[in-house]
Write a protein that binds this ligand. Structure first.
Ligand code: PGA
Length: 248
């Protein structure tokens, strides 16, 4: 049985005060037997988050990393630096990176390679836009993003995939549990064809307007193994309820 994983993607939100308040509550009230839990604050809040989560069941990750190991790359943060800080997870290929920073499948693949080499646990995001779904291309798009990122990697043990339909992110529109399940089953079928992956053991998270009141229904689907949570991860009560809807 795959353990549920709930990851909070804080995006570009937060201050020292809000990070302290949010993590104080999350760490202090994590329900027993709940989902495996991680939070991904901005780079500048990682050190504070790591300190606040130390010794707890809440892991910390980053929202991105460089595809380079080190060098003259102003503004970049390497996977190795994140490991050195104590980060366990990294989100890669989020649709906002693809959309606003022109990240291609090739770049996501290079970042994934760097993350794997450094020992970070990657969460690779895939998902179609509204136009792509309306024209019936969603499976073609997701399959291309998966192959583009995963083919040729040296090791994919522990990989997590997040299916995030772009039309459901931050919009309040959630894919129905049946829509999400259908795509998750398709993703698992694609994973079978990727070398070095145990498709059955690989967790596939859903992301896109996951809330306290829809998490349980999503998690009840056979191929939905948790959630990548944006807006609702910024409210301790909502995030804890989503974590509590999963199983350890
Ligand atoms: P949302 O964001 O939960 O606010 O829709 C999810 C994500 O972008 O990871």
């Amino acid at each position: 049985m795959r353990q549920t994983l709930v990851v909070g993607n804080w995006k570009m939100h937060g201050s020292r005060a809000s990070v302290a308040a949010l993590l104080g509550e999350v760490v202090g009230s994590l329900p027993a037997g709940a989902a495996e839990t991680a939070v991904c604050p901005s780079y500048v809040h990682l050190a504070q988050a790591l300190e606040l989560c130390e010794g707890s069941a809440v892991a910390v990750g980053a929202q991105d990393c460089s595809h380079m190991q080190s060098g003259a790359y102003t503004g970049e943060v390497s996977a190795q630096m994140l490991v050195d800080m104590g980060c366990r997870w990294v989100i890669l290929g989020h649709s906002e990176r693809r959309q606003y920073h022109s990240e291609s499948d090739n770049l996501v693949a290079a970042k994934l390679g760097a993350a794997i080499e450094a020992g970070l646990r990657p969460i690779v995001c895939v998902g179609e836009t509204r136009e792509q779904r309306e024209s019936g291309e969603e499976e073609i798009v997701v399959a291309r993003q998966l192959r583009g990122a995963l083919d040729g990697q040296i090791s994919l043990a522990g990989l997590v995939v997040a299916y995030e339909p772009v039309w459901a992110i931050g919009t309040g529109l959630t894919a129905s549990p049946e829509q999400a399940q259908a795509m998750h089953a398709f993703i698992r079928k694609c994973l079978v064809d990727v070398n070095g992956i145990d498709a059955d053991a690989t967790r596939v998270l859903y992301g896109g307007s996951v809330k306290a009141d829809n998490a349980a229904e999503l998690f009840a689907q056979q191929d939905i193994d948790g959630a990548l949570v944006g807006g609702a991860a910024l409210k301790a009560g909502d995030f804890l309820a989503i974590v509590g809807a999963g199983h350890g």
